[in-house]
Ligand binder design. Structure first.
Ligand SMILES: [Zn+2]
Length: 274
């Protein structure tokens, strides 16, 4: 009799666990949000994140609460001699959480660990060429976002990205935009949109702008977006996100339709912070 019951009991426990888990997580997050934000953390935030001071008070509070949850849920690993400090954690978390403000968020659910290198790092990739020969390709990277579990960052590039808030370059925003894009599979430039936003419209506006950037990159014509965004639609979304947060006025002026798509997606309008 007991042997018949046991699978049933285990099944009920698993179902109950799955049903209760989101509520339990939300309860834990609420507790974390209600903890006081450390004074030292606030100092780092003001020092390392210039746009924090320009943000309205409600967003500042939201950002601080998001940082607390982010730090409670993600781990940091220092690589090649980097010692993880509060300065590193707050600087990364603050910029990563900028992308989550005002939105229903599950705090980068696939991400567990942020690996921090002192400066740009070399990635080796092996691929087989047409003639069958194994070829090792070396690329220098300031950051990288993996499909599952990890974001890799150069600390030097992270600081520079945060210190100069209006040059349209920010490695943390770039890599975490990829994380958002990767929530529904491989990055393809189409993250999960809110039910009020149309995928069709997103795709039409993004495709047109992406093609324009590809053309500009080919002819070396000046563009607000880094030519790197012409690599593929995923890179274009990440590059456009950097410019959206760092050069909002110019972005809005030059590409109002794309800017509108991103305001709708990110639920903030950074023009007011600059
Ligand atoms: Zn990228």
């Amino acid at each position: 009799m007991l042997s018949y019951l046991l699978p049933l009991v285990i099944g009920v426990i698993i179902i109950a666990y799955i049903a209760v888990k989101p509520y339990w997580r939300e309860y834990q997050r609420e507790k974390i949000r209600n903890q006081p934000f450390k004074k030292e953390w606030r100092k780092i935030l003001q020092q390392r994140m210039p746009y924090f001071r320009q943000m309205p008070a409600d967003l500042q509070l939201q950002l601080k609460q998001h940082i607390q949850v982010f730090l409670a849920e993600k781990s940091f690993i220092g690589c090649n001699g980097v010692k993880i400090t509060d300065e590193i954690k707050i600087t990364v978390a603050a910029q990563a959480c900028l992308l989550l403000l005002n939105r229903k968020t599950n705090f980068y659910p696939k991400l567990q660990t942020i690996l921090v290198y002192p400066r740009a790092f070399i990635k080796e990739q092996q691929n087989i060429q047409e003639n069958g020969v194994l070829h090792t390709q070396k690329t220098v990277l300031a950051g990288e976002s993996w499909d599952f579990g990890k974001v890799v960052l150069s600390w030097q590039d992270t600081i520079e990205g945060a210190q100069i808030p209006d040059d349209g370059r920010n490695v943390v925003i770039h890599e975490f935009a990829h994380q958002l894009d990767q929530e529904n599979g491989k990055a393809n430039g189409a993250p999960i949109l809110d039910k009020d936003q149309s995928y069709q419209c997103w795709s039409a506006v993004f495709s047109a702008q992406f093609e324009q950037l590809q053309m500009q990159a080919k002819t070396r014509a000046p563009s607000l977006f880094d030519y790197y965004g012409a690599t593929n639609p995923a890179e274009f979304f990440a590059v456009a996100s950097e410019v959206f947060f760092e050069q909002a006025k110019q972005f809005h002026y030059e590409h109002p339709r794309l800017y509108q798509q991103l305001t709708q997606y990110y639920q903030v309008d950074p023009i007011h912070w600059q």
